[in-house]
Design a protein. Structure first.
Length: 295
């Protein structure tokens, strides 16, 4: 336990850039914290922190040690938590980070069910914008839709979003039917910029692949916004089948080129460790079950 405490001291000092703040968090005198870190530097023969009167910054050796120690600390905490939870129900604080579109559209309608299933979990949901895609930091897990960010976190694929092209009946009646992928060049195509940065749609039909350059008067990084403008007859857009289902049933959307699909979009759960406490495991399992039913 002393080893983990010293690791925690070093990691906190690196994160807070302050020996005083780290000592306060661990309820120890600042002099004791400084002494432990000085002893560590002496044992390693390396200066780990560049000290100033206002803060401390990691040196290159310190940064390397921080990366290793941060992983050790996370593994140690989670291992202790897992052992503790073996005979207990899932409980305690759970800090989850995800984009606003996923939180509102996919998780929001299911939060009540999760709470009823796990009333002792204190869910702390942090919603971020799609533009930031900042998933590292002090959270228990993050949910990522689409491409993975450059991150040292462990990832687990929890779902795949099937996608096709959709348009409104009004748009097709005015712009004309689409019988082949190449005819898309004659239409207003709604581009999903962060998924197709080169404005090319990669269509698949069985074992056949066809790359189609597209152009249009509207692009966005929001799937929900694509759905809105396609509903309004602006053009043809790539939409997840589960999002388009209700519109198709109501006759407000038509699947374009039904035999052709776009690459599926993965959904990942990112965590600091492969070993998870019970509250993190049940949250991920809940998402897997709910998304499987939705997709």
């Amino acid at each position: 336990m002393h080893f983990l405490k010293n690791i925690e001291l070093f990691v906190l000092a690196a994160q807070k850039k302050s020996f005083t703040a780290a000592a306060k968090a661990l309820r120890m005198p600042t002099s004791t914290a400084s002494h432990h870190i000085a002893q560590l530097e002496k044992e390693l023969g390396q200066q780990l922190f560049a000290r100033t009167t206002r803060s401390v910054e990691l040196t290159p050796p310190g940064l390397l040690l921080y990366q290793h120690f941060n992983n050790i600390l996370s593994e140690g905490r989670v291992a202790l938590e897992s052992i503790k939870n073996m005979s207990e129900t899932a409980s305690g604080p759970l800090h989850v980070r995800m984009t606003s579109s996923f939180a509102i559209r996919m998780l929001g309608p299911r939060l009540g069910k999760f709470h009823r299933m796990y009333p002792h979990i204190d869910l702390q949901l942090e919603v971020i914008s799609q533009e930031t895609r900042e998933f590292s930091g002090e959270c228990d897990l993050a949910v990522v839709v689409g491409s993975l960010p450059d991150s040292p976190l462990f990832c687990r694929k929890i779902a795949l979003i099937a996608r096709h092209l959709y348009a409104s009946p009004d748009y097709l009646s005015q712009a004309g039917a689409i019988g082949t992928p190449d005819q898309l060049s004659q239409h207003n195509c709604i581009a999903m910029k962060y998924l197709e940065p080169e404005s090319v749609w990669h269509l698949e039909n069985g074992g056949i692949c066809h790359d189609v350059p597209v152009r249009g008067t509207f692009s966005t990084n929001s799937v929900a916004m694509i759905l809105h403008v396609v509903f309004q007859g602006v053009g043809v857009g790539p939409i997840g089948d589960f999002m388009a289902r209700e519109g198709v049933e109501q006759g407000l959307l038509v699947r374009v080129l039904p035999d052709w699909s776009l690459p599926e979009i993965p959904i990942y759960a990112l965590t600091n460790s492969k070993v998870l406490p019970a509250r993190s495991k049940v949250f991920i399992d809940f998402l897997i079950s709910e998304l499987a039913a939705l997709m």
